[in-house]
Design a protein around this ligand. Sequence first.
Ligand SMILES: Nc1nc2c(ncn2[C@@H]2O[C@H](COP(=O)(O)OP(=O)(O)OP(=O)(O)O)[C@@H](O)[C@H]2O)c(=O)[nH]1
Ligand SMILES: [Mg+2]
Length: 389
Amino acid sequence: MFFYGLIPKILLLTGKIIILVIKFVLKFSHLSHKESHKNTSEKKEGARQKGNTNRDAIAKFKAKRNVNTSAENIAEAILKGDTVALSKAITLIESTNPIHTEKANKILSLCLPYANDSIRIGITGVPGVGKSTFIESLGNYVAEKNNKLAVLAVDPSSSLSRGSILGDKTRMEQLVNHPHVYIRPSAAGTSLGGVARKTRESIVLCEACGFKTIFVETVGVGQSETAVHSMVDFFLLLKLAGAGDELQGIKRGIIELADAIVINKADGDNVKNAEKAKTQFKKALHLYPPKQNGWEPKVLLASALEQRGIEKTWKLIENYISEVKATNHFSAKRIQQNKFWLHQTIEDLLKSNFYQNEKVQSAIDEQIAAIERNETTPFAAAQYLFTLQ
Ligand SMILES: Nc1nc2c(ncn2[C@@H]2O[C@H](COP(=O)(O)OP(=O)(O)OP(=O)(O)O)[C@@H](O)[C@H]2O)c(=O)[nH]1
Ligand SMILES: [Mg+2]
């Protein structure tokens, strides 16, 4: 009896427990939902904030870019030593777009009064002689002396690959990362004249940007040595011992341009050969007429890989510079070079204006055909084409 009386109470209690459990479960799930909701909103908020940061950064970047786009602002930044602006200006110099050329010319004229104060060194040699390795070694030596160094290249053959310097970046790893060093791969272009002009103008900008030493590298395979020779104060020729290389150089007359010949890879088994080559080159140099400035070209041995002969090379360059500065030949050579480039540029402009002239373009084939039919001479045809301008 007593037991039957308890049944409703037990049922009631069980029901209450079930309700409590359900309430608890519901509350918990609500709480966790709230929590997860909170987390998502926090994440969203975070993302929004991050988005804001990105947007802020982009806006700042754009503003900076806009500020820097005017020629005056780019020039101002260059004069403060800003290498980002320097790269931007060099890109404008390299562009074939007439608007860019106009802007580049404006930047150049603003920078020109602050240029000229540097030592320009041309470095040449056949492919594989060790130019990049040598520039890395000498460059680090120079940069470590607190000297701001810019490395440019004239290499018309590699206009597609954007220059040998870039391809060799692994060989210039240390130099590329040096805080005092600016490296620019060779200018792209279809003609040597065009590439050389761009490099010359880049030199002006580098000087305005505070670079006191400029290396101009060129691959010794064509006429580019002559172009580089006429834009530098000191011309250094890298050579290898043996392999008939000496004779090749003598034939091509590049030796005549050199202020110093450095026989590279004078290491390991090659030392004896290198010493022999040094004697040969010294003799060969005597065959050339003396230089206008009275400097006698020197021959040195070096190992770019083992960093030997580097300090000697630099000391030699310093000696040369102080010698030619004392006799005023330093500035005389630069003036002479400027005259050369003036005439060179006039010739380039005349030529491109002539060939771009529409009347000339449509008449030139006719004249060639007339020459083939023996109806006119090349001279008469040229004179006639000239009257069309
Ligand atoms: N033993 C020895 N090897 C060297 C020396 N300098 C450079 N080399 C090696 O010669 C090879 C060519 O060197 P680079 O510095 O790339 O020569 P490069 O003149 O810049 O060549 P290009 O860019 O192709 O014109 C590399 O394998 C270098 O490690 C040196 O002083 N001694
Ligand atoms: Mg190289």
